[in-house]
Design a protein around this ligand. Sequence first.
Ligand code: FAD
Length: 381
Amino acid sequence: MSSQQARADVIVIGAGIVGSACAHELARRGLDVLVLDDRRGGATAVGMGHLVAMDDNPAELALSGWSLELWRQLAPSLDAGSAYRACGTLWLAADAEELAAAEAKQATLAGHGIACELLGAAALRAAEPALREGLVGALRVGGDGILYAPNAARGLLEQGGARIVRRQARVTQLCGNHLCLDDGRWLKADAVILANGIHAAELCPGLPLRPKKGHLLITDRYPARIQHQLVELGYVTSAHASEGTSVAFNAQPRPTGQIFLGSSRQFDTLDPRVEGPVLARMLRRALDYLPGLAGMNAIRSWTGFRAASPDGLPLLGAHPEQPGLWLAVGHEGLGVTTAPASARLLAAQLFGETAPLDPAPYRPQRFTLAATAVPTCEARP
Ligand SMILES: Cc1cc2nc3c(=O)[nH]c(=O)nc-3n(C[C@H](O)[C@H](O)[C@H](O)COP(=O)(O)OP(=O)(O)OC[C@H]3O[C@@H](n4cnc5c(N)ncnc54)[C@H](O)[C@@H]3O)c2cc1C
């Protein structure tokens, strides 16, 4: 599609990593795609970009495992700015109980064909000497990686060539496959994909999405201090919390030599300010695992919002009450990881194909979409 006026087969709302992956997949299948984004920005612009096999439940593992495979296939086509690295993850065990959790995780991942190995205390120390003494071991997941998601999203759109047109515009109303822009114009396509992250409920009331705030911090350049994405096994408990504030140690080696620290989780706030007490808790936790951080300079800290669904899985599929509207939302803290598989799963449904993965656990109708007030959109042409 070469002109902004030309008709698109599909309109994607949101040019974050999920919308971009959807546009990329549909263009790959020969469709003309218009991607609308108002550039207010979202989680893709601020998240951590850890590509990680997560196994909180079988559906999460199936989607993340498949998506990691797709990222590995895409990696050679990504530009240097996407900063893909297959650094692997080390899940750190601080005591015998966490070591047992590492063993259980190994069995689960291995059962899904994901290669991983247990490291004892000495092997862990050799792999990551900057970690504090006294850790009892770790699970290394070598196929995990990292990515600079804003550039990867842009790169996926560029790979679509003339089939993808990107336009800066805010969508103000949505009715099935019709949408209204902030200049008052209505557009329609065979299908509209809603992929605008935490803002999805503004256009589609009734979506069960809750913001989960996260704090992040990045240091100055200290090359080669750590090699893997380092995550405490307690992270899973923190990520599962559904109330209050939780923090867990999570450190990423940036290709620039910086150390990128996460992560906190807070519910029921949309205040984007960095909160000193939360950041302090997060840093205390990080210092406990990486004491050398005490001598490093932080250069920036910021926050972002994950779009959390009630069961932590994304909503991928047709809107049950609005023909022509498709949902790709609710990716919580895993949307960079799961974007390519989400796009494949959605495209398979759009094309009426049998997907390589059962789409049932991700279908929007698993939730009652709050009797989704179907918009009337009276002004619609
Ligand atoms: C602190 C934090 C850490 C994270 N760490 C990781 C991690 O390590 N690994 C991982 O896999 N995931 C991580 N995530 C999650 C991941 O970043 C998100 O799941 C993912 O980026 C969501 O992408 P998206 O495309 O759905 O939405 P977004 O990135 O939010 O994009 C939505 C887009 O829609 C646009 N938009 C919104 N409303 C409108 C409108 N009305 N009209 C037009 N455009 C509109 C916005 O401008 C934006 O560009 C993290 C998230 C946070 C907040």
